[in-house]
Design a protein around this ligand. Sequence first.
Ligand code: PLA
Length: 426
Amino acid sequence: MSPEDRMEVLTRQLCAGQSTESNWEHVQQAPPDPIIGVTDAWRADPDPRKLNLGVGAYRTEEGKPYVLKAVREAEQQILADPAMNKEYLPISGNPEFNRLARTLALGPGSSAIQQNRVATVQALSGTGALRVGAEFLSMHLPASIPRIVYLPNPTWGNHKSIFAKAGFQVREYRYFDAATRGLNFAGMVADVSAAPPGSVLLLHACAHNPTGVDPSPEQWSRLLEVARSGGLVPFFDMAYQGFASGDLDADAASVRLFLEAGLELVLAQSFAKNMGLYGERAGALSVVSKTKEVATRVESQLKLVVRPMYSNPPMHGAAIAARVMGDPKLNALWKEELRGMAERIKSMRQVLYDQLVARNVPGDWSFVLKQIGMFSFTGMTRHQCEQLVSKWHVHLTLDGRISMAGLSAATAPYLAEAIADVIQNA
Ligand code: PLA
């Protein structure tokens, strides 16, 4: 029976109330997620040498997940607080968290904040912020404008699905130049310049995932002009504030540049990485408007997006983040720990580079030192990556991305040995 005939039979049986098979009999097995699936494969791998360099999650030098001291302290304070309760948050989330989160990204001195032109809702981490933002734009961009989003090529894989689910046509702009392992800026400008007015332009605020390649300050200024003259809608995905340079303000420079130029923009923030709150799903979506009046109406509509999706957000992660940002002592401790994490990742770049050079692995590996943020985009082929997994139990995404944050001085020599082998023999 063809799948179509089978569906017809099932539909008829279902309508007649006499289904003998599962109504979900026709459901196909979906492939594992290209990133989260790596962690599943790593968990299932019994080899003691196994390494998980797939998902971007920070590990200590001992290879363990890290709960920040500032976070532990904030949690203790929350538990000890007699005013703490478990009531529903407002639809837009914890107001104090929202205020502190947008200030962290946009800067306390930003005119948009001072003029109350920013509508913020708490979101289910960065992913949820992107999804709510995409849905809002899909509903509220002027009716005459086709829903088109421009994503960098390559980008975080989930971007495509998130915008497609919100009804956007997904297009790409050139970004990574495989030959130089740097930015194809001319290609990027050409593609972004050709975008129809009203298109959404997705930009990684810093520490581009997966390439680790960011525009220079001059290039950001040029992009600002292209976005402005083209009438594009900038949508910043800021999943790694503080993880590029170790400094929260420096890493927000791109967003603040666009903001101070007076552009309206959308911003997705995540506290998964910079506060280590991965599973708490603490994030925020901000929409910057031209006036306070528009921002007020935008916020009311953001709530209409949230309410039928998940009603209101979870409280614990946002309560932690609000305390860590709002308490001067915890804030200072957090910044110190954040700098420490960024520095450890950077030091792993040097260790891996030295190990590769010491083994005379063919090729110029200096990009490992130059790339920014959590990841190194190695240029290894899919086949080489598959060999790393099957022969060496080094688990990574098959696009050749390595999470440097998952590496340690103890494991780097093993990784270098594995890379040397697959580069020369796979
Ligand atoms: N945006 C970018 C660019 C990301 O890399 C990630 C996470 C997110 C948003 C969403 O993060 P959040 O919802 O947890 O806040 N990327 C990870 C994890 C770290 C993942 O794929 O979900 C990655 O390994 O690429």
